[in-house]
Design a protein around this ligand. Structure first.
Ligand SMILES: Cc1ncc(COP(=O)(O)O)c(C=O)c1O
Length: 373
């Protein structure tokens, strides 16, 4: 029998996507819905951010916005910066990552391994985070550095377009007709916005659920410090331009996210990051209320190795006041208590800042035109 294995791919960008999806075996009980998880850590850079990074780079090369020997400048302390640094190394671009003091030693090491230049911003913005100051500096550098390109993940609609074209289509074809709900965390809104758009058009019977973390104000509410990496922003991003395509929104605590991430690893063998824990708590709550003919999907947004010194380190958890309990019963109890933050997000909790992109000097206005062209 000839094995069905893919041939040699022309380059690293071609290795993005078509990630596997697996059923969780141990967290749900008979009679509840199945939980299925799409392993985005199988992308070459280890996260779902490889998808928008590859799409935006391809688009920029085709449009001439990114030329040979160019410099890619992005505000990212995490997976998007790592994805750009990886593709930059592969295709001969210098990458400058504008980060903040919360950059983990692991992410710094990954950015450096790919040869990226790191610039640390230490001025907090009016929301107490660094997003706006980082973006403003990245835009300023772009104006100053000749032959530079800004992927601009927070304001560039190609971010969610990447997920509409790939992640959403893959989910629909892999999950089959039993698919009842899709749970996505949110920061730039790239994957939630991109998936919600396709589901509204192609499978409106599927419930799309967004998950933010307590303290972040993607959907409004009170801002305060939080630990969960990868999730959160202080406004509703443009990549999530149609909140009516999102059916339910939850806010989970750091405790929920870290616990679920650890239980996923010890009870299911899936080593994923903390944002996956945030999504899992909500996916499990949804599955527990469902029935055996249903499927609830979530993404394992990145690989857990990035969190060995935090989420998987008991001393770090103690220092940060997070429980080390990894029991399935503990996770299920917390999931059972979850209540939606909103069932009408478009009317109840939009937190758009329509002028923000312009205020921060975002170059993405042209990209909006190009994306819809
Ligand atoms: C691990 C992880 N999970 C979730 C997200 C949120 O994804 P999005 O930016 O598509 O909203 C990110 C974004 O950086 C991430 O790195």
């Amino acid at each position: 029998m000839t094995p069905t294995i893919s041939p040699v791919l022309p380059e690293l960008l071609d290795a993005v996507g078509e990630t596997p999806i697996v059923r969780l075996r141990n967290l749900t009980l008979p009679g509840e819905a199945e939980v299925i998880i799409k392993l985005e850590g199988a992308n070459p850079g280890g996260s779902l951010k490889d998808r928008p990074a590859a799409h935006i780079i391809r688009h920029a090369e085709n449009s001439g916005a990114l030329r040979p020997g160019g410099t890619i400048i992005e505000s990212s302390s995490g997976n998007f910066g790592i994805a750009l640094a990886m593709f930059g190394a592969s295709r001969g671009y210098q990458v400058i990552a504008v980060v903040d003091p919360k950059l983990t030693t692991t992410n710094r090491a990954l950015l450096e391994a790919f040869g990226a230049e790191i610039i640390v911003v230490d001025e907090q913005d009016d929301s107490g985070s660094y997003h706006k100051t980082r973006i403003a500096l990245a835009n300023q550098l772009h104006r100053q550095i000749p032959n530079s390109f800004r992927p601009d993940q927070c304001f560039n609609p190609l971010n969610s377009d990447a997920h509409s074209r790939t992640t959403a289509e893959e989910l629909l074809s892999q999950a089959g007709p039993e698919l009842t709900a899709i749970v996505c965390t949110v920061s730039t809104g790239g994957h939630l916005g991109g998936i919600a758009r396709v589901i509204a058009r192609r499978a409106p019977q599927v419930t799309v659920i967004g998950v933010d973390v307590d303290g972040s104000t993607v959907f409004g509410g009170r801002a305060h410090a939080y630990l969960t990496p990868g999730v959160g922003l202080s406004w509703t991003p443009v990549n999530l331009e149609d909140l009516s395509a999102v059916d339910e929104v939850y806010k989970v605590t750091d405790e929920d996210a870290y616990r679920a991430c650890r239980t996923l690893t010890s009870a299911e063998g899936v080593l994923a990051g903390v944002s996956t824990g945030a999504a899992l708590t909500v996916a499990l709550a949804t599955a527990m209320r469902g029935n055996a003919r249903q499927r609830v999907a979530l993404l394992a947004s990145d690989r857990g190795e990035r969190y060995l010194s935090t989420a998987f380190n008991d001393d770090w958890l103690h220092e940060n006041g997070i429980s080390t309990d990894r029991s399935i019963s503990g996770l299920r109890t917390r999931a059972a208590r979850l209540v939606p933050y909103s069932l009408r997000p478009d009317q109840e909790c939009a937190n758009y800042l329509p002028d923000l992109g312009e205020q921060l000097g975002s170059p993405s206005k042209t990209l909006v035109g190009e994306a819809s062209a």
